[in-house]
Design a protein around this ligand. Structure first.
Ligand code: OGA
Ligand code: NI
Length: 363
């Protein structure tokens, strides 16, 4: 059988390639242990109306000068703060200033990339988290006991070191570049607003909050799965950077853990972004805002494609709770941690821990 021969040769084979070859059952390498499997009968699935994820309308944040007065802006920032606190910083964002056409152009171009023959895609193969451009499968296929049901095309920008967006495959280069430009502008605005929602003023934010020039984009492709009850597209984790802006696809799959329950995310419409706060924001806010655990379940008949953009500080930045958010009654819960050390620990230890790797920075 093709699958077995390929694994024996030690060639890493992506999940799309396996599915395209014809799969009628989930290969053992992809079967999750029972406690990790999806739970489509939970209350959040049967009564989704009770679990409404906040939708944040950013119109007032985007054009501060216009007819949207100061009070409307203040109101949006308050809403953002509430969404962050109640939902561990998770929002669906509409009216965000990135053209739907830009999103659609990238989705179509990425679709073309994933439709190319496997050999063509594999020209970009790399499982390293530091490659400027990489096409990978699962998280760490050589070490993990169970693989994730996804392949990912990723682009890394380390400011001053490399820019993967400049080296993207020709088939999607222009589209990747216009997309990241728009989403990066949105990330900058949202990031500031998130700290404003904590009552910090602009000057303090400029001086004390690390900027987020480090960018990673991962375009995840989840092929249809013969038995979604056994697999996960992406296992439970929290993101390592500061902020993640995700374009989730209309095909559902993303779930967030809210008060102990896995809640499915249904995008409001095709232009919606999903924003989640990641580990460095939890550290900076001394735990007031939490990075949220999330995962992706698979789908029985439709492929799903998501575009995740992670924004973080310079690698050498030392991240610690902001001085103004700690005092005697609220002592620091995290130690100053270099972002580079944090991400390296994540890359080597994610397989060992469910809850990301925040323990690495915890006091
Ligand atoms: C991720 C992620 C969610 C999705 O790439 O870290 O959580 O819907 N993606 O693909
Ligand atoms: Ni994630």
């Amino acid at each position: 059988m093709v699958v077995v021969e390929q694994q024996q040769e030690n060639r890493i084979v992506g999940i799309k390639e396996l599915v395209d070859g014809g799969l009628h059952a989930v290969p053992p390498l992809y079967v999750r242990p029972p406690h990790e499997r999806p739970s489509p009968t939970s209350l959040a699935h049967t009564h989704p109306q009770q679990y409404r994820i906040p939708v944040i309308d950013l119109t007032a944040l985007l054009d501060a000068s216009s007819h949207h007065g100061h009070s409307v802006r203040t109101h949006v920032i308050q809403e953002l703060g509430r969404a962050c606190e109640d939902w561990g910083f998770f929002q669906q964002v509409v009216n965000h200033g990135v053209d739907l056409a830009v999103i659609q152009r990238l989705r179509q171009a990425a679709q073309k990339f994933f439709s190319e023959p496997a050999e063509e895609r594999m020209r970009f193969h790399s499982q390293s988290f530091r490659s400027s451009v990489g096409y990978s499968t699962s998280f760490n296929p050589t070490l993990e006991k169970v693989r994730e049901w996804r392949d990912t095309l990723s682009f890394n920008r380390f400011p001053g070191i490399c820019d993967g967006f400049e080296e993207a495959p020709e088939i999607c280069k222009k589209q990747v570049q216009e997309y990241i430009k728009g989403v990066e502008a949105l990330a900058g605005r949202l990031y500031k607003a998130i700290f404003q929602s904590l009552g910090l003023d602009k000057k303090y934010i400029e001086k004390e909050v690390p900027s987020i020039p480090r960018v990673l984009m991962g375009i995840n492709y989840y092929p249809p799965c013969p038995d979604p009850s056994l697999t996960l597209g992406l296992s439970s984790h929290s993101d390592v950077s500061c902020l993640t802006i995700l374009h989730p696809d209309i095909v559902p799959g993303l779930e967030i853990k809210h008060k102990g329950t896995w809640v499915p995310v249904f995008p409001a419409d095709p232009s919606t972004f999903v924003v989640n706060l990641a580990d460095q924001i939890e550290i900076l806010t001394n735990g007031k805002y939490k990075s949220i655990e999330h995962r992706v379940v698979t789908n029985g008949d439709k492929p799903r494609m998501s575009i995740a953009c992670f924004f973080g500080p310079f690698e050498e930045t030392i991240v610690a709770p902001l001085p103004t958010l700690v005092d005697e009654s609220n002592p620091p819960r995290y130690k100053p941690t270099k972002f580079k050390d944090y991400t390296q620990n994540f890359a080597s230890n994610r397989l060992l821990s469910d809850r990301g790797t925040l323990d690495f920075a915890r006091l």
